[in-house]
Design a protein around this ligand. Structure first.
Ligand SMILES: *Cc1c(COP(=O)(O)O)cnc(C)c1O
Length: 431
């Protein structure tokens, strides 16, 4: 049965999460389908940031480290994020960037693996993983004499040989929205004697995650995507408590020291996840991140991540079926799996020609998605081969009527051929 605009409005009216939209500043005339890249600003953020600047910094100055809880902010925000990813209190810190946290946990994982299994000298990851993850792994491999093996998703099981120290994967693929089965893949890595490291950049705040239940070893994730922490927000890092105290991470700065204010010349790592901090943390950004994470914790009274997931799948199902019904004849393909168990909170469409320009034409109409270039070297049928139009569906602030209108705009852009105009074919620095 086809869904109408009227049906979409009825779905919004019945949506138990509908009121959460009011927690956000949504610019007039914009349907924002890019919360997977930069989350929308929560309404609470400007006042909170202003308070940190004018009162905490402006008036309380250095006393704020104690008086306003600055020193404990990475742990405080980390504990809030922990509730979204199945992590115990005291096992997550909000700190640094995803890339830097990845360097820390990957280094620690290599140390741990080398101590227990010195013959294991390999990191396995996915060819279509987010490049920064691969760059960090490549750099570490060079430095430590490991090799990095990149495979397609269906080749992971076969790649888990007795040489593998760490399997490093991103839970939800940034290009395709394809999601790994975390418990199954983690169990396969462990059965092969490897450690399991998850990047939750497109998972935290987007899909339910249970790191503890899956028995994973390490995880990192991003603060500015589904956690709505603002541009360049601190990222987070989790280490399974069974490993935390066995090794340090190499960026052994004073914020990871057991007694930083003893100012001793030698390094003694703090117990627990605090040792994953390096230097002084950005308080203004951490306050903004806390506001973002609080928008997700606000769902706890209306069903939590399970309710968000139900709505997210309903939104992406609707988008997929409306595109299928209404955008025929333009060579649009679907890169995102139809299976719910394998889908994150985004839908990625493929088109052989014009994907970038179509996204630009949609942005001009107020429908903000983004474009990701394909990599022909990965071969046809592979996850990285085709150019992608990427649409993120953040159930906190996207509704069913938004889905209707975005498909209507896509249909008009395709039917009219307006994407072929020169202005939409000029590449910007950030895509
Ligand atoms: C967004 C993203 C990052 C970003 O890393 P930064 O250090 O914040 O630039 C890393 N990994 C993945 C998988 C991502 O999606």
């Amino acid at each position: 049965m086809t869904t109408t605009l009227h049906d979409c409005r009825a779905l919004d009216a019945q949506d138990p999460l509908r009121s959460l939209r009011d927690l956000f500043h949504l610019p007039e005339g914009t349907i924002y389908l890019d919360g997977n890249s930069l989350g929308v600003m929560p309404r609470a953020t400007p006042a909170r940031v202003a308070d940190v600047v004018t009162r905490e910094w402006g008036t309380d100055l250095i006393q704020s480290w104690n008086k306003n809880g600055w020193f404990a902010m990475p742990q405080k925000v980390g504990d809030k994020i922990a509730r979204l990813i199945g992590a115990a209190p005291g096992t997550v810190v909000a700190t640094d960037s995803t890339s830097i946290n990845l360097f820390k946990v990957l280094s620690a994982a290599l140390n741990l693996s080398t101590a227990d299994h010195p013959q294991r000298k390999r990191i396995v990851s996915e060819r279509s993983n987010f490049p920064t993850d691969l760059y960090i792994a490549e750099a570490l491999c060079k430095e430590r004499g490991f090799d990095l093996v990149l495979v397609e998703p269906e080749e992971i099981a076969a790649a888990l040989t007795s040489e593998v120290a760490v399997l490093m994967l991103t839970h939800v693929n940034y290009r395709t929205g394809a999601m790994h089965d975390m418990p199954t893949v983690t169990a396969a890595a462990h059965a092969a004697g490897a450690l399991m490291l998850w990047d939750l950049a497109h998972s935290a705040g987007a899909v339910p995650v249970d790191l503890t239940g899956a028995g994973a070893d390490y995880a990192v994730g991003c603060g500015y995507k589904y956690l709505n922490g603002g541009p360049g927000a601190p990222a987070f890092v989790w280490v399974n408590p069974r490993h935390t105290d066995r090794f340090w991470q190499p960026l052994a700065g004073w914020w990871g020291h057991a007694t930083p204010f003893a100012f001793t010349p030698d390094y003694q790592p703090a117990p627990g996840i605090t040792r994953y901090q390096c230097g002084t943390q950005p308080m203004i950004s951490l306050a903004a991140l806390e506001c973002g994470v609080d928008t997700l914790l606000a769902t706890e009274s209306v069903g939590g991540m399970a309710a968000l997931r139900t709505k997210s799948l309903a939104l992406t199902d609707l988008f997929i079926s409306l595109v299928d019904e209404r955008c025929q004849g333009h060579g649009i393909g679907l890169a995102t799996p139809l299976s719910h168990a394998q889908r994150g909170s985004q839908v990625c469409l493929t088109k052989d020609e014009g994907a970038y320009a179509i996204v630009q034409a949609l942005i001009a109409r107020g429908v903000v998605g983004d474009y990701r270039a394909g990599d022909p070297s990965t071969g046809s049928g592979r996850t990285g081969a085709k150019d992608i139009l990427r649409f993120g569906f953040t159930p906190l602030y996207i509704g069913f009527e938004d889905v209707w209108h975005s498909v209507e705009h896509l249909k008009q852009v395709l039917d009219s051929g307006e994407w072929q105009r020169a202005e939409f074919n000029q590449k910007h620095a950030v895509t």
